[in-house]
Design a protein around this ligand. Structure first.
Ligand SMILES: NC(=O)CC[C@H](N)C(=O)O
Length: 305
């Protein structure tokens, strides 16, 4: 495995030169454009790493399936899916055009920004501090990393420049999808996106999903199985934004990407994979990371289809 991962890094690193790091959140432009790293956790808890696996990056949209699970535990699927739909959009992650044309008006799914903002509004807690503590607790548990924390400068950078998300959030309150203080809800969303991780953290999170919500080693059922199933299904249908169909064909693994360059994958009953590669393709997915996962899936026959 170790040899294979190192080989995949060398084979795919040149793809990084065809992508660009995200700059619409100004602080993200400091990421190393040619970094590429991978971590794989198997069912025995063994971890294999190669390339720039210790690169730190912000989780961004990879946080969306995880906070969705928290909202589903807080409110149950029926209530959550009154606020946010279950269908792919075929549009970019930050698109707002279908928000108004869908009747009744609500975000099409929880993996696009509008949907994730609606989900953030459903996290329980007496104030934002308590809500963020609950989010961080969950991420720390799933990543097996008690030190996970927010990257303050990325958080402040997005808070300062996130007007598109701000516009969508105010629209969502107007149509009754979210209630309460919009700026506080956005703040929680920006903080959740700014959690700083490595691909090893994401591999553990992927393994947790691959393990149907059980903590590896102890066997503790930390999140109900049916909730992890919902999260993984969204990862298949919408996890790679408007490239999810192509990714399902080429790779065939439930996965979620983020504009920090991360991709978290859950291969059911087999492994969790975390990839980092901040140079993104046109749709906002790690350009070399996707290529590397294609190769890994073929080499190890990982497609779930
Ligand atoms: N695709 C992403 O990773 C987007 C997350 C980012 N925080 C945003 O809201 O724009």
């Amino acid at each position: 495995m170790q040899f294979l991962l190192s080989e995949l890094i060398s084979r795919n690193r040149y793809w990084t030169s065809f992508g660009h790091v995200a700059t619409y959140i100004p602080e993200l432009k400091n990421a190393g454009p040619d970094a590429l790293g991978i971590a794989v956790v198997d069912t025995d808890g063994k971890i294999h790493k190669a390339g720039d696996y210790d690169t730190k990056f912000t989780i961004q949209s990879v946080s969306k399936p995880i906070t969705l699970m928290l909202a589903l535990m807080d409110y149950g699927p029926e209530y959550v899916f009154e606020k946010v739909g279950m269908e792919p959009t075929g549009d970019p992650f930050n698109s707002m055009r279908k928000l108004e044309t869908i009747n009744p008006s609500r975000p099409l799914n929880p993996m696009i920004n509008a949907g994730a903002i609606a989900v953030a509004s459903l996290i329980k807690g007496k104030d934002n501090q308590e809500k963020m503590d609950r989010i961080l607790d969950l991420f720390r548990k799933l990543s097996r990393n008690p030190l996970l924390n927010i990257n303050e400068s990325v958080y402040l950078s997005e808070k300062k420049t996130g007007d598109r998300n701000r516009a969508m959030a105010y629209f969502l309150r107007d149509v009754g999808v979210i209630e309460g203080n919009v700026e506080e809800i956005l703040d929680l969303y920006f903080m959740q996106c700014s959690i700083e991780v490595t691909c090893e953290d994401m591999a553990h999170m992927g393994m947790f999903l691959a393990n149907h919500g059980c903590i590896q080693g102890t066997g503790e059922q930390y999140v109900p199985k049916h909730i992890t199933q919902i999260a993984k299904t969204f990862m298949v249908t919408c996890g790679m934004y408007d490239a999810s169909g192509e990714f399902a064909i080429q790779v065939g693994i439930p996965a979620k990407s983020g504009v920090g360059g991360g991709i978290m994958c859950a291969v059911p009953n087999k492994m969790g994979i975390g990839v980092v590669g901040p140079a993104l393709d046109k749709k906002g997915n790690s350009i070399a990371g996707v290529r590397m996962l294609q190769d890994l899936s073929k080499e190890l026959n990982l497609s779930i289809f």
